[in-house]
Design a protein around this ligand. Structure first.
Ligand SMILES: [Zn+2]
Ligand SMILES: [Zn+2]
Length: 365
């Protein structure tokens, strides 16, 4: 079986019985990040490299300083906004293969945020897919997730525990709209906090604009402009900068990054009620913590059923679990008959634990 072409434990012997090191996998983990030796390219590297393929524009995946970038076309202006206008960036559409040293590489929709991609790597008849971050439910903004058949699937596991099961998006937005109406009737601003790339656009796209005016914080305004320039349409909203007049947004919905809750700026928009949209709210609701007034369960990552469905749809025999609940999800997959591994152990490195994990850090700009 293809998956077992290069088992790590096999030691090849030459005629004179000298040991030859095991052949590298199609993808390996190095101190700079996930690496394809055959193509000489890294995927989402966290240190400076000559050639990088980026799955998406979140800051824990897209870092400054690489000499060459390959990413999806829709994320071009987002990447230039975050990494600098002058970066050496080549863009492709989904399913438009690029050949690097004879290795066929293509990007496929991950459904996570605008321009997010799974990376398919094919060489000598062997196919690996790196999921990057992904979710299965269409969000109305991002091109929906498409499963890609492969022999080895490297999957994230940010919410890889059975306790994480998302309500349907339509249900969550009914809840958000009702909350907004309620605050409006009370003469308050509905301050909705979410990541500036992903959650902000999903909120803007799916709230009921018939209720009142929708405002966006300056940071989100800039992200929205970069997304529109990349060819993804978004509903209009009113820009709010640091000179906002006190009471100016009353009755409206103001979408802002999480960080504003700790800034002086937030005092200018009183009276407000705050809400936050995140997958972590599923837990927070149980814990009744109160850093914001309301929590809405809305995530750009797959929940437990989503992760399982995605793995099954790839047809992969071997699954490598990274970014999140590695051991719990890998154990579960093994019980289901997969050849599943925690990325740390599979690549025989403790390095993965040092890389930023999951959603929590992505709202930082
Ligand atoms: Zn992400
Ligand atoms: Zn991530």
């Amino acid at each position: 079986m293809l998956n077992h072409f290069f088992p790590r434990t096999v030691v090849l012997y030459t005629d004179n019985h000298q040991r030859t090191p095991p052949l590298p996998h199609l993808l390996e983990y190095t101190p700079k990040g996930l690496y394809c030796p055959a193509a000489d390219v890294y995927i989402d590297p966290h240190r400076t490299v000559p050639r990088a393929i980026l799955t998406h524009a979140h800051s824990d995946h897209a870092r400054r300083g690489h000499k060459y970038y390959l990413a999806h076309r829709s994320s071009e202006h987002l990447l230039r906004l975050r990494l600098g206008k002058g970066i050496n960036l080549e863009t492709v559409g989904y399913n438009e293969p690029v050949v690097m040293n004879g290795v066929r590489i293509s990007l496929h929709p991950a459904g996570h945020v605008v321009g997010s991609a799974q990376i398919r790597v094919e060489h000598g008849g062997e196919v690996w897919v790196v999921s990057g971050d992904y979710k299965l439910e269409p969000d109305g903004v991002t091109q929906p997730f498409e499963p890609v058949r492969c022999h080895t699937f490297i999957t994230e596991s940010t919410f890889g525990l059975p306790i994480y099961q998302w309500p349907a998006q339509a249900e969550v937005f009914e809840e958000i709209n009702a909350w907004w109406r309620h605050n409006q009737a009370a003469g308050k601003v509905s301050l909705m906090l979410g990541y500036s790339l992903g959650k902000a656009q999903r909120l803007l796209q799916n709230v009921d604009h018939g209720i009142g005016k929708v405002y966006v914080h300056d940071t989100i305004w800039n992200v929205n402009e970069a997304i529109r320039q990349g060819g993804t349409p978004l509903p209009a909203a009113i820009r709010v900068d640091r000179h906002v007049a006190k009471g100016g947004c009353i009755g409206g919905l103001l979408i802002a990054p999480m960080s504003v809750i700790r800034s002086d700026w937030v005092n200018k928009i009183c009276p407000y009620v705050s809400g936050a949209a995140s997958g972590w709210m599923a837990l927070r609701r149980m814990q009744r913590s109160r850093s914001t007034d309301y929590g809405f369960v809305l995530s750009d990552h797959a929940d437990w059923p989503g992760l399982n469905a995605a793995v099954e749809a790839t047809g992969a025999q071997r699954v490598i679990v990274t970014h999140g609940y590695q051991s719990a999800f890998a154990r579960h997959l093994n019980e289901q008959g997969y050849d599943a591994h925690e990325a740390d152990r599979f690549f025989q490195t403790g390095l993965l634990r040092d890389t930023p994990v999951g959603e929590e850090r992505e709202w930082e700009d």
